[in-house]
Write a protein of this length. Structure first.
Length: 153
């Protein structure tokens, strides 16, 4: 029974304290609510700041990708230009080689043609000599003697 009285007195004291210090409790709870709101606002501000940073990073990444693409395109264009220059240089070299080969072919052809004419002439001379030998051996000997006499042998 004594304990019931203590419980009852404690409850009455608690109710009395509640009504007496209700304004203190309300202001304490208000301050806690305001701190929570302030923390939420700070979290929202940090979220917005983070989002802004992410957007900036995305835009910089896009810019870097564009620059990378431009550099790749520029390298491709430079390669194409160099390839065209080298190709045209090789075409010119090829044309020069064709001209050189044609000129050499003409020279070689003329040399071979001249050799063929020389052989033809030599063959005709040989035929004339054979014919000359066959016709008159004595005339040949006389002719050789005349040449030797002219030379003084």
């Amino acid at each position: 029974m004594k304990s019931d009285i203590y419980i009852l007195l404690s409850f009455i004291l608690l109710v009395f304290l509640f009504f007496r210090y209700r304004s203190v409790l309300v202001s304490f709870l208000d301050s806690q609510i305001n701190e929570i709101r302030h923390s939420l606002f700070e979290a929202e501000a940090e979220k917005n700041n983070s989002q802004r940073l992410l957007d900036n990073l995305d835009s910089k990444l896009i810019e870097i990708e564009k620059q990378k693409e431009q550099k790749i395109n520029q390298l491709i264009e430079n390669f194409d230009k160099k390839f065209q220059e080298e190709s045209s240089r090789l075409d010119i070299d090829f044309e020069n080689q064709k001209i050189y080969i044609k000129e050499n072919y003409d020279v070689i052809y003329m040399k071979l043609k001249n050799k063929a004419y020389l052989r033809l002439i030599e063959n005709q001379i040989d035929l004339v000599k054979k014919d000359f030998y066959n016709k008159d051996q004595s005339l040949l000997q006389e002719h050789v003697l005349n040449i030797l006499i002219k030379k003084g042998l």
